[in-house]
Design a protein around this ligand. Sequence first.
Ligand code: AMP
Ligand code: MG
Length: 318
Amino acid sequence: MKSRIESNLKEAKVLLESGELVAIPTETVYGLAANAFQADAVIRIFETKNRPHFDPLIVHVAGIEGVSEVVAETPPVALKLMQTFWPGPLTIVLRKSSKIPDIVTSGLDTVGVRMPDHALTLELLRSLDFPLAAPSANPFGYISPTSAQHVAKQLGDRIPYILDGGICSVGVESTIIDCTSQTPVVLRLGGTTIEQITEAIGFVEVNTTSSSAPQAPGMTLSHYAPRKHMYIGSIQNLLQEIEGEVSVLSFQDSYPNYRNIRLSETGDLKEAARNLFSAMRMLDADPGHVIIGEWLPDVGLGRAINDRLRRAASQAKS
Ligand code: AMP
Ligand code: MG
């Protein structure tokens, strides 16, 4: 099979209605979607990605009205988050409804739900009478795709259709916030910043530390990783320490003597987030054996970017 890369909503709809997988664009990264109410279809997501069954999927809805058939209840704080940040890069974890098969949530009694901010995918969701379960459209553990071409490169012979919606405007995955306990807990840093969430609802806990039995498997350290070794620190120091051909992933500064990608020449964190994954992919394809990078300012989107850099750098390579 070779995926078709097109923007035809009707075709995507027909495939999804017949239980097939379709890669869909969102503002964060491309998702690998299936009917969230149909366990047989959802199982294929895990097979196609080589994703372990303990890693739950996010359910995508067309609007706040669509949440009621996905979750058992919506506490006021969750409603406030939806009203403030949807459509947008915020996934809210709530108690699941009985309509959501266990395979979607890896047996948890909670489900992550969000309304993506992408015109094409919102139109698709509105045309369907079921929500879409969709994790990122990459093989498990590798860097998430931010263009239709990224998806085609890795899953192009495994899925029939990639709905092409251009380059993802945010470029890092959604922030995940668990609203099942008294105080909401951020489980994964992402496209909605802690500062924005705090402003909307006051205090939140942040628990994004990785463990071997994660509540949110995006928390496992082996996520978002290039194949090459990656080191993060002072680029000048790393250049002196590391021998051989290296590629440099810098924030603003330029390193003209090396293969170098700058995330944002003007120091704009939004631009840096948008460029992060495609830059990592490009450097991963370079001849150099190592990628070296630096931390960004640990504020706003910089925190999510640093989180992805940390995970990419901590991947043990075989
Ligand atoms: P991906 O879209 O590939 O980043 O994968 C979806 C991620 O959403 C998972 O890896 C989890 O981190 C998170 N997630 C989905 N459902 C839940 C849930 N019920 N509880 C906690 N985290 C969840
Ligand atoms: Mg993923």
